[in-house]
Design a protein around this ligand. Sequence first.
Ligand code: SAM
Ligand code: SF4
Ligand code: SF4
Length: 378
Amino acid sequence: MSERVIPLVDQRIASRPATLPSVPIAATGLLGDQLGRPLRDLRISVTDRCNFRCSYCMPKEVFDKDYPYLPHSALLSFEEITRLARQFVAHGVQKIRLTGGEPLLRKNVEILIEQLAALRTVEGKPLDITLTTNGSLLERKAALLKAAGLQRVTVSLDGLDDTVFRAMNDVDYPVADVLRGIEAAQAAGLGPIKVNMVVKRGTNDHEILPMARHFKGTGIVLRFIEYMDVGATNGWRMDEVMPSADVVKHLHSELPLVQLAPSAPGETAERWGYADAHGQHDVAAGEIGVISSVTQAFCRDCNRARLSTEGKLYLCLFANEGHDLKPLVRANATDEQLASAIAAIWHRRSDRYSELRASLPPDASTGGRRVEMSYIGG
Ligand code: SAM
Ligand code: SF4
Ligand code: SF4
């Protein structure tokens, strides 16, 4: 195997304080960026810590016991998160996803969910609130999360073969415990549940069919994610990416599929339904999704903003700089001022890294420095 160089950079220092525009910008729900993209989806990272060490996200060699995780005082409090979320919602956000790190490690995260669930969209509707988790604490917390107002969960699981999965999470965590978490989520009514599988060629691509067979007909939507070049520590190589087109072809050889229409604008997953004997979608058998972040860019419709654990706003998963909202929040800026600062940042947004990736020399857009996925969430 070839040697990998894993650069050690702390991207969290790269940020600029958010400032107030000279002319205030009121929240109208109609915010647009440089490419006319609205702001609809907010992903909030509630912790930079995790109990797994997935090699594609938090490799052990970097995220060891000496890694400088954020001190508690640097984290936004639940009240600060909710206050910021309210301004994002006023600008048109309809969906909030809690992530991390492992979001269920944040103490009393259900209290935050309760606060977010009380927010209303510009149209006066409840928000779509979801959470992405590795599932390890789901069995214990599913009922509590549901009672707090969480609607659904996405659970990450990279295979059913215990040896493969234990090696990929690199903390020897068993498949059976994640499956129990998924069952608990189902029993609590946290659905429709999605299961995310990151496919690494040569590592877990032989788990594609077993995973599909397992979740077919259960009402759970399995989604295959292309291994992405996020962050600066996972030693990403293009030859380890299995293009979604190959995943679909592989599945189709045993489980015929028909393509389905996207469920919403800006939807990241391409949907495929299991076909019946007549080549029509067999609704009872369900569907799968493929997320082609590497081979098929979907920047044109990207309506997602990411808020880091310490209050920095990132406009793209591949951004090398955040916009620090915490100083404004802690300096007691008014709600109008916070909304104005967020609008000014979104107005300037022109990020479309995945569309440009193919035409860029390696790391050209970021100077080789990128924020880690565990810091801003997926
Ligand atoms: N710890 C939680 C989990 O694993 O579900 C939430 C945070 S994790 C960063 C969010 C999602 O990002 C997970 O589904 C994970 O598999 C995915 N992810 C992390 N690193 C990735 C990479 N390099 N390429 C593609 N997906 C990745
Ligand atoms: Fe942890 Fe999720 Fe990253 Fe795995 S993908 S190391 S579970 S944050
Ligand atoms: Fe959105 Fe950036 Fe991903 Fe493009 S690369 S889809 S702009 S997060």
